[in-house]
Write a protein that binds this ligand. Structure first.
Ligand code: PFF
Length: 451
């Protein structure tokens, strides 16, 4: 039998998982969702959602992955042969593709902003005008479409050409660079006049903002950010060695992801206040704010601003690409492995489909902004459908599988590496996976439905 590949070290495991987890979700989505749901109170909800609901699912997914040593479909077939569980695998093919359709639109915004930085578009105008550039850009029909097409082309190119190794090597440099840059932005943004109100907004919870809606949004963000409920973590875990401590690698990934998001929030929100913008102004928040900070950082020297902002957008593009590739790869793997399709054909068909759906999302900020599905624009509808419903649903299935379908002995054996680690904490985690997490997700679903 073919020996399955392994990650070489604990660091490699955490780095790979964090590579999928850290992406636009941390830097683009977290600050604006937090701004829409009221700042500090949302952070508390988010941390609770991460620890009580998302982390146990992270463990459930990694447990299934390592126990079965296969992808989502194979895992269900192997661990529960002949049962309906394998249909859960289908959900995890559909959700990442829907996710990719609108993720690529935002990826496109990064491409466009990289070009804008390189062509000195942000230094040619007064700082206070920069936030308005975004509105003009996304409401125009063609520019965002070109950008979306370019991003999807990059994703398909990488999945096709197999230069995955190159991208991964590149992102090993880009990710730490991104982290350092965000830290630098944070320090700078705190010095801007008016930033104090932003810090207060992030630290002083207003408990009237703790609503069912905000709870659902926190859960959705936790799933989005940790790449849960779509089988990505499951697949990565299938490459983890048997003696690796699942609890430690899961915690390491979740903590790095959370740190990244919090640092991004503390870098962006104070600057939002300093620039006189509204934290609840929606998906454009980061694109309106960061170039403004870069402009100010340059202190009148265009080259400095251009350099900082170009490096930033290259890094964010790398982070977005590594995440997007993993979304397309799930569907491609399904069509090639289960349907016998050629890799090339599968990649083109799926990338084309996602691109076409993405067009509607892209236009929903401009010419199609009046077209609503259940009260949402196409973009917002897909985002809510994926984050608030499909990803948590996928997670629910995984945690039910581990808590109720697999035998306790099997789960215990996998989590404790045959009674060598985590023996004391196992009871707590198992309890969370069996009762707390599923009930929590169902409560969030129900309140979401009834409110
Ligand atoms: N976690 C990624 C982010 O925060 O940008 C998004 C993501 C990647 C979600 C891969 C799901 C996935 F399978």
């Amino acid at each position: 039998m073919k020996q399955r590949e392994h990650f070489g070290s604990r660091f490699a495991v955490i780095a790979a998982m964090a590579g999928s987890a850290v992406g636009l979700g941390n830097i683009w989505r977290f600050p604006y969702i937090l701004g829409e749901y009221g700042g500090a109170a949302f952070i508390l909800l988010y941390v609770a959602a991460c620890l009580l609901l998302a982390l146990p699912i992270f463990y459930a997914e990694s447990l299934i992955g390592r126990a079965s040593r296969s992808d989502t479909f194979g895992a269900m077939k192997k661990l529960a042969p002949g049962t309906a569980w394998r249909w859960a695998g289908l959900l995890t093919v559909v959700s990442p593709l829907l996710l990719l359709s609108y993720y690529s639109v935002v990826g496109g915004w990064s491409v466009e902003y990289l070009f804008k930085s390189l062509s000195f578009s942000f230094t040619d105008v007064p700082a206070d005008d920069i936030p308005h550039l975004f509105g003009r850009f996304i409401s125009s029909p063609w520019q965002p479409l070109f950008a979306h097409t370019a991003f999807m082309g990059l994703v398909a190119g990488v999945v096709l050409g197999g230069v995955k190794g190159g991208i991964e090597k590149f992102s090993k440099v880009a990710m730490p660079a991104l982290f350092l840059l965000i830290l630098a932005i944070l320090v700078y943004s705190l010095t801007l006049p008016g930033a104090g109100r932003g810090v207060e907004y992030l630290l002083k919870p207003d408990f009237s903002k703790v609503t069912a809606d905000a709870g659902a949004a926190a859960l959705g963000q936790a799933f989005f950010s940790l790449s849960l409920g779509v089988g990505t973590i499951l697949t990565y875990a299938s490459y983890i060695k048997k003696d690796e401590n699942l609890m430690v690698s899961g915690l390491g990934t979740a903590v790095s992801d959370l740190l990244f998001a919090l640092i991004a929030a503390f870098a962006v929100i104070p600057a939002v206040f300093a620039a006189g913008l509204q934290p609840g102004s929606g998906p454009g928040l980061v694109f309106e704010t960061l170039p403004y900070i870069f402009h100010k950082m340059g202190q009148g020297v265009p080259l400095v601003s251009t350099l900082v902002s170009s490096v930033f957008f290259v890094a964010i593009l790398a982070a977005a690409l590594t995440s997007a590739i993993s979304m397309l790869e799930v569907g491609v793997a399904f069509l090639t492995d289960e349907r016998g399709m050629k890799r090339r054909t599968a990649t083109w068909i799926l990338a084309f489909g996602c691109w076409a759906v993405g067009i509607l999302c892209s236009l929903s900020f401009g010419p199609l902004s009046h077209v609503k599905v259940l009260g949402y624009t196409f973009f917002d509808f897909l985002d809510h459908l994926c984050s608030d419903w499909l990803l948590p649903l996928g997670g629910l299935i995984f945690t039910l599988f581990v808590g109720w379908k697999m035998s306790k002995k099997e789960v215990r054996n996998e989590f404790t590496n045959g009674e060598t680690v985590n023996t004391r904490i196992f009871g707590v985690i198992y309890f969370l996976m069996r009762f707390v997490t599923p009930v929590g997700i169902v409560i969030v679903f129900l309140t979401n439905l009834l409110m």
